[in-house]
Design a binder for this molecule. Structure first.
Ligand code: NAP
Length: 247
């Protein structure tokens, strides 16, 4: 397969697992990262050690210039087939009455605007309307979109609610142009993101609330992402898939 899959935030966590799973299925992978070049390089080296193809590209999805450069470098690597809008951030646990405007702008800029700008660039390349051959866009939402995350990070949950709505709208907008768009709502997944919210042990602390009584692994999300990417999901669009152990 000569198709390129761009994974934003592919250096760690769910994005890393998705990059490895996509490479194992034959995609040429563009591993986006915000600042952790060593982690991105490790993912590329791991893919190459299995005879796969990958490049690491620094791209803070909060920057339109970085996004344009990401797609430019991807274009030079091969024809785009898939975008995984995985990059996302949380912030420290807080109530809404404690949140600064700066925090809210960062959260919405990275989680919502970044995803929509990346999708814009993907649609320009994939849509049959623009001479493309079609493709797939997968957005990483969260079960937080359905729970609201009170007294933790309502702003994050709201940003993921926006991702759900964006997924539905974009899917219907480009369904006749060869592009499928879907989202995954992970539950509590064992990654570094909980440390970014000031609580490294958060996922394990809350595991007893999960009907399956355990946290999920990044690979369990990646498996769902690569299925949605594949032709096995050829009639799936506008779908938001919960991968959350029943949460
Ligand atoms: P993570 O372990 O914190 O990894 C975040 C990844 O995103 C890293 O590769 C990081 O790059 C990159 N990143 C951070 N800020 C970025 C930015 N501004 N621009 C571009 N890349 C950026 O996160 P994760 O847990 O794998 O989460 C991945 C996605 O799943 C997110 O959208 C998250 O909201 C969603 N999700 C996660 C969970 C969970 O429990 N883990 C649950 C529901 C939804 P560097 O390595 O360079 O820092």
């Amino acid at each position: 397969m000569d198709q390129v899959a761009i994974i934003t935030g592919g250096s760690r966590g769910i994005g890393r697992a998705t990059a490895l799973a996509a490479a194992a299925r034959g995609y040429k992978v563009v591993v986006g990262y915000a600042s952790n070049k060593a982690a991105a390089d490790e993912v590329v080296a791991k893919i190459e050690s299995s005879n796969g193809k990958a490049i690491a590209v620094k791209c803070d999805v909060g920057s339109e210039a970085d996004i344009l450069d990401l797609f430019k470098q991807a274009d030079a690597f091969g024809p785009l087939g898939v975008l995984v809008n995985n990059a996302g951030v949380v912030d420290m646990t807080a109530r809404v009455d404690e949140m600064s405007a700066e925090r809210l702008h960062r959260m919405m800029n990275v989680n919502i605007v970044g995803s929509i700008l990346c999708a814009r660039e993907a649609v320009k390349r994939l849509s049959t309307k623009h001479g493309g051959k079609g493709g797939v866009i997968i957005n990483l939402s969260s079960v937080a979109a359905t729970l609201g995350s009170p007294a933790q990070y309502v702003d994050y949950a709201a940003s993921k609610g926006a991702i759900d709505t964006f997924t539905l709208g974009l899917a219907r907008e480009v369904a006749g142009e060869g592009i499928r768009v879907a989202a995954i709502r992970p539950g509590l997944i064992d990654t570094d993101i909980h440390a970014s919210g000031g609580e490294p042990d958060r996922a394990h602390r809350l595991a007893h609330n999960v009907p399956m009584k355990r946290v999920g692994q990044a690979e369990e999300i990646a498996n769902a992402v690569v299925w949605l990417m594949s032709d096995e999901a050829s009639y799936v669009t506008g779908t938001i898939l919960d991968v959350s152990g029943g949460r």
